[in-house]
Design a protein around this ligand. Structure first.
Ligand SMILES: *Cc1c(COP(=O)(O)O)cnc(C)c1O
Length: 220
């Protein structure tokens, strides 16, 4: 059944974007089953759960931290995390840089942009983001490399609203691409789209889909 879900979703995506399988709240055995079908990129929200899974699963899994990340928890994932999609503040970027340096690594990060109407979702707003990128401050963070942007649309059945939000994020992404960027900022990845809205996200240039329930079933 899990295999059928993966085949269906991968068939529909048809190579248009990378699939990050969101395995939060699903057991390590389920991750391993997907791994055996060839899936290597997995997304997790909770630091402790991520650290536990990573310790017990194959080391060639690329773990993506996609959920809200507190600065004081970065140290638990810094030794192994492949990418952090949810960099929502300069303070967090600074802490990731510090922990990456301690581990002698360069950690790939995406800057999270607040595009939804809910305040519960985090991220930079457009002006803050442009100020941060144009300030040159990121250049001194030698142990992080910014690979692009991440966003989450509003939880709504109004597809026009979701489209407008994705379109807005794409516009910010394209605008940043035209800037004179330091070597550690690359605008290559646009992480947007979940189980309910990934088709729309592809329409607006998503390169990374974070899909959970459509693959693993609903979470309790
Ligand atoms: C849980 C989660 C997802 C996946 O959600 P589904 O609706 O299950 O596909 C994607 N992105 C983030 C940030 C999440 O927290």
């Amino acid at each position: 059944m899990l295999k059928d879900n993966f085949d269906k979703v991968l068939g529909e995506i048809n190579g248009a974007a990378k699939l990050i399988a969101v395995s939060k709240k699903k057991p390590a055995t389920t991750v391993l089953e997907a791994y055996d079908y060839g899936q290597r990129d997995f997304g997790e929200n909770y630091v402790q759960e991520l650290a536990e899974k990573a310790a017990s699963l194959p080391t060639d899994i690329r773990w993506h931290q996609i959920g809200y990340l507190q600065s004081n928890k970065v140290k638990y994932i810094a030794p192994f995390v492949y990418s952090i999609h949810s960099v929502h503040s300069e303070k967090l970027a600074k802490e990731i840089n510090k922990q990456a340096r301690k581990n002698n690594r360069v950690i790939s990060c995406l800057l999270q942009v607040h595009i939804a109407e809910e305040d519960s979702k985090s991220g930079f707003d457009e002006n803050e983001l442009l100020e941060f990128i144009e300030s040159g401050r990121l250049e001194s963070y030698e142990n992080i490399e910014i690979h692009g942007l991440m966003g989450m649309a509003t939880f709504t059945s109004d597809t026009d609203q979701i489209e407008q939000e994705f379109k807005g994020l794409q516009a910010i992404f394209e605008k940043i691409k035209t800037l004179d960027l330091p070597a550690n900022i690359k605008m290559e990845e646009l992480s947007m789209g979940m189980s309910s809205d990934w088709q729309l996200a592809i329409k607006y240039g998503s390169t990374m889909l974070r899909i959970g329930s459509a693959l693993f079933g609903s979470r309790d």
